[in-house]
Design a protein around this ligand. Structure first.
Ligand code: 13P
Ligand code: SF4
Length: 299
């Protein structure tokens, strides 16, 4: 299957993008592997005719918003991020009426429809820097309350209004489990994704995106780490650092949606060119503005 996928990529001028949470078999056939910001940039720059996105639907949608003329294929269209939908209908418009000077900041983990109502997108790797650059004092941060409160803590001069969304995988990492893990591995540094709850972030040594966590572990002189994010990052962490040990809280954080990507469905979309992301043009154009603004402000 791997060889067939490699041949089809060449034949059809296709690229495969995979998030660090995708299964090992998907990462192994990918041309680019990274966090959501890196993959959005790669999608924007790509000269391929077909992009196969081994991630979840908001990632495929972002690639399509940035590349309307390319085919963006999802190996399994059921791979969706529950948090991407966690903003109540009409809430953004209600907030805009309440605050005159409001910037609506949208975590990239959101549907194209939601993005189309927002001013700027962010990812976990650039949220603090981008919100700092905005002139507005009042910020409505959607959908993730945990990333939102992490950003608010770094920028106390802004009034950051939180929305009640969260990632079910990161939010279920338990603080008491983390404390037992720390007791079992007292020399380990705790590296966490900002989608974790405050109690986790408060006892972490480093907080950052999946790519930030991977880079931190690589450059650190420490030999042991407790990783509070989805366990797909383990593949890159262990292949980059044969001499280091990585522990995950129990139960291991696992995003079942990300794990829907596999060799069978990657090969199938490359053969059939089906399972294509489509977005109504009016929504795509409106959602493009906050994504472009993110790419501009993140420079
Ligand atoms: P990153 O932006 O760190 O890749 O995270 C994406 C994500 O879905 C986290 O749950
Ligand atoms: Fe969404 Fe959480 Fe899965 Fe990331 S880990 S894609 S935020 S459900």
């Amino acid at each position: 299957m791997k060889n067939r996928i490699i041949d089809l990529k060449k034949e059809k001028n296709a690229v495969i993008l995979a998030h660090y949470y995708a299964p090992i078999e998907a990462q192994d056939v990918a041309d680019y592997i990274g966090d959501s910001f890196y993959l959005a940039k790669i999608a924007k720059e790509s000269t391929a005719d077909i992009i196969v996105f081994c991630g979840v639907s908001f990632m495929g949608e972002s690639a399509k918003i940035l590349n309307p003329d390319k085919k963006v294929l999802m190996p399994d269209p059921k791979a969706d991020c529950p948090m991407a939908h966690m903003v109540k209908d009409g809430l953004i418009e209600k907030m805009r009426k309440e605050y005159e000077d409001l910037a609506v900041v949208c975590y990239i983990n959101s549907t194209a429809e939601l993005k189309s109502h927002c001013d700027v997108c962010v990812t976990s790797s650039n949220a603090v820097g981008i919100v700092k650059k905005l002139k507005n004092k009042n910020i409505f941060f959607i959908p993730d309350k945990n990333l939102g409160s992490f950003v608010a803590k770094q920028i106390p001069e802004k009034n950051i209004i939180l929305n009640d969304g969260f990632c079910p995988i990161h939010a279920s990492i338990s603080a008491s489990e983390l404390l037992s893990c720390k007791a079992a591995y007292p020399n380990a540094l705790v590296l966490s994704h900002p989608e974790c709850e405050k109690e986790i972030l408060d006892v972490s040594d480093f907080v950052g995106s999946t790519a930030d966590i991977i880079n931190y572990a690589k450059s650190s002189l420490n030999k042991e780490f407790i990783i509070c994010t989805e366990d797909g990052v383990e593949y890159k962490l262990t292949s980059d650092n044969r001499d280091k040990k990585f522990y995950f809280p129990d139960p291991r954080p696992r995003c079942t949606d990300m794990k829907l990507n596999n060799l069978e469905n990657i090969l199938s979309v490359l053969q059939n060119e089906d399972r294509e992301i489509t977005i109504p043009e009016e929504i795509r154009q409106k959602a493009l503005a906050p994504l472009d603004k993110m790419l501009e402000l993140a420079k």
